[in-house]
Design a protein around this ligand. Structure first.
Ligand SMILES: Cc1cc2nc3c(=O)[nH]c(=O)nc-3n(C[C@H](O)[C@H](O)[C@H](O)COP(=O)(O)O)c2cc1C
Length: 219
């Protein structure tokens, strides 16, 4: 039997405001997050990126296995190689792989195989999921765990005034090859991170209202 962890007192986070006001303020901040596809080359410090990745690393995970790796890429040569490989996959996607419905759903966003933002953004965070622990051990609920960690990463970047895009060039195996990741790390998402370009525009889309996304119990 593995011994139990020693216990420590919970250090509750107590916002200065009542929960209604605190929750509302956070919602108002998060409602301003948007996926950005036009990045400026304004630098972002490594320290900032490290804090953002630490935030992602605070996520809960199945049996606390923390099955994630965040590879922070700033090297222009690597960014170019990633862009070229992503664009090759995306051309395949738009010309052959995507079905008509998928292309129709993407059309209003006007996304194209051109991925200039992969070179323009000062950082690319390549997110990998671990299908085995670094010690070769089992991992649990990997997609759920890494998805939650990425959510925290996006929120942390936004909170720091930075923009991101959750990008999924598919398939993404090229990321593991270019970044020379070990076999137990599988590409999950590619996240350019930086400041939006001057005059950056985003699709004017709406969120579903609360009554559509929330249901109440019938008790
Ligand atoms: C899992 C996932 C994959 C996505 N893949 C792409 C992508 O490959 N390229 C892209 O331009 N946007 C991608 N997006 C961004 C969505 O298009 C975007 O989140 C959605 O249109 C809502 O816009 P918003 O993030 O600005 O609120 C992806 C988002 C998610 C969550």
């Amino acid at each position: 039997m593995t011994p139990r962890h020693p216990r420590a007192p919970l250090l509750p986070y107590q916002p200065p405001d009542p929960p209604e006001a605190a929750a509302r303020r956070f919602c108002e901040i998060m409602a301003r997050r948007r996926s950005v596809r036009m990045f400026s080359d304004r630098p972002v410090s490594l320290e900032t990126v490290e804090w953002i990745i630490r935030s992602a690393g605070t996520a809960p995970s199945g049996a606390n296995k923390q099955p994630w790796r965040f590879v922070a890429v700033a090297d222009p040569v690597l960014k170019r190689r990633i862009r070229l490989a992503a664009e090759a996959e995306e051309r395949e996607f738009y010309q052959r792989r995507a079905n008509a419905q998928w292309l129709a759903d993407l059309a209003p966003l006007e996304t194209t195989p051109d991925k200039a933002f992969l070179e323009a953004a000062p950082w690319l965070i390549a997110v990998f999921k671990l299908v085995r622990g670094d010690d070769g051990g089992q991992v649990y609920y990997v997609n759920e765990s890494v998805g939650i960690a990425v959510g925290l990463l996006l929120a942390a970047a936004h909170h720091a005034g930075l923009a991101t895009l959750t990008h999924t060039p598919s398939p993404m195996k090229f990321l593991a090859d270019i970044l020379r990741r070990p076999a137990h790390e599988r590409p999950f998402l590619l996240i350019p991170l930086g400041y939006p370009a001057e005059g950056c525009e985003v699709p004017d889309i709406a969120r579903r209202p609360l009554h559509e996304i929330m249901a109440r119990d019938l008790g």
